[in-house]
Write a protein that binds this ligand. Sequence first.
Ligand SMILES: NC(=O)c1ccc[n+]([C@@H]2O[C@H](COP(=O)([O-])OP(=O)(O)OC[C@H]3O[C@@H](n4cnc5c(N)ncnc54)[C@H](O)[C@@H]3O)[C@@H](O)[C@H]2O)c1
Length: 268
Amino acid sequence: MSRYICAYKFNIFNMKNNFVTNELEGKVAVITGAASGIGRATAALLYARGVSVVAEDYNPAVKEMAEEFPGMVTLVGDVTEEQTAKEVVDLAIKHFGKLDILVNNAGRIINKLVVDTTLEDWNLMLATNVTGAFLHSKEALKAMIPNKSGAIINIGSYACYFSFPTISAYSASKGALAQLTKTAALEGIEHGIRVNAIGVGDVVTNIINEHQENGRDFLAEHGKLAPIKRAAEPEEIAEIVSFLASERASFIVGSILMADGGISTIIQ
Ligand SMILES: NC(=O)c1ccc[n+]([C@@H]2O[C@H](COP(=O)([O-])OP(=O)(O)OC[C@H]3O[C@@H](n4cnc5c(N)ncnc54)[C@H](O)[C@@H]3O)[C@@H](O)[C@H]2O)c1
């Protein structure tokens, strides 16, 4: 390859690289469940790419992110409460003047057979994994509609479509999240707002730590069932959020983008 072609390719690569890393600069994002796992990785990535981030979590540890990422605004709040959704959108507007991106990420899982699942378990899954997304989407849409642009990204699961024993409440909540995604997408696109979800497979995070010891090791091991033979790192999902928030995803509307190492190709 001639030196000229090498230099040309290098320049193209750099142009592309700059495009990817700068494309969200100046945008304003709210991220729920930002203190850990996928939410934290997303907050860090968007921040690094010039996004003004409001990080929300009911874990007070979220406050430490304001020190680690100067300028990041934090809110300690429960995603299931209407007041939290209003407050976090108000914070984005008060500090940064607008809202461009909402990432509905906060989530929990309970592993129990249907016969062992209590009404409390059921209500907790639905409230956290879908009602929280509904409340935040409602407030975000109200803020985005006058601007005629915006992106909402819901962190779904392969359980948006598929299930297995012990995850009835979780998969019901993620199935509902998929339908919320599609409906909000149909309503949002009229106003230039794209709503999508990511059908996430196993990711090494703290999500099952409250239920079992070495939860992260379990997820890393469980990920080997997928064709890719590993679980994802949270940063890999954060990249997809960044893409869906960007203009590169301008034609993606109401999708549940599967990011699961191929597991949904082999489970039904
Ligand atoms: N890790 C996986 O294997 C996996 C697989 C599929 C989908 N997901 C989804 O990814 C999302 C993020 O989970 P994660 O794996 O990063 O887990 P995680 O436990 O590391 O992070 C979840 C965060 O959400 C917060 N949160 C939970 N309930 C909340 C509430 N009521 N109000 C405010 N914050 C709350 C937690 O405090 C935590 O910081 C969830 O929606 C989860 O369902 C994860």
